[in-house]
Design a protein around this ligand. Sequence first.
Ligand code: ADP
Ligand code: MG
Length: 254
Amino acid sequence: MARRRQLYEGKAKILFEGPEPGTLVQYFKDDATAGNGAKKGIITGKGVLNNRISEYLMMRLHEIGVPTHFVRRLNMREQLIREVEIIPLEVVVRNVAAGSLSTRLGIPEGTRLPRSIIEYYYKNDALNDPMVSEEHITCFGWANTADLDDIVALTLRINDFLSGLLLGVGITLVDFKLEFGRLWENDEMRIILADEISPDNCRLWDSKTNEKMDKDRFRKDLGKVEEAYQEVARRLGILPEAGARDLKGPEMVQ
Ligand code: ADP
Ligand code: MG
């Protein structure tokens, strides 16, 4: 493939200019970080698996009418996406208490919440992604109330759908993070789902044993990190054919 211009390198992915205007190529790395970069490591094969898992989940969401940035997978580590203007929010949905909710509020990890909770964090590494309210979001112009209505409606649909889909393969969707962006078509703006949905930004527990199958294994040094990501893909029926052997994938062509 022709040499492409790199636009951004983040903690888990690299964005390249896409083949046509309005598109980008999203390259999935094996790099893993936790605590906003305080802890760094490599999860071998993660990029390949997250590329597949995110592709699969966004395709299923597209089928129920949730608009996403996903266009098609290009190879083991890359997917073609529609370029959006990212809304600088991490939208977190929680179904079961874990992570910062448990730490901050003293709710024991594993407590099933009486209803799903949506939280917003301002996407800003320098500030450690602080939690913000709708008041902050509208006051500082990150999104307006109409945008937030769309974001909440999409988020709840995504949560309901993914909770069911994952439970069907024996996985509890404890919580997850979404990013949305603005897509302009002619003079119309639509809010669509962007970034990725993968074990990097979901808490996934085995529904029988409550064993963790996500990045918490890396964050908390629980071991069997690669295996957990593979097991999620296997249960979804999308483990790359050759299995674990194949997961290094082609190296990036610069
Ligand atoms: P970060 O370290 O900032 O989280 P990542 O490694 O996750 O970065 O790389 C993905 C970056 O690309 C994120 O900053 C994300 O907001 C952005 N992004 C995701 N999808 C799109 C899209 N469709 N258009 C533009 N930017 C996107
Ligand atoms: Mg990210």
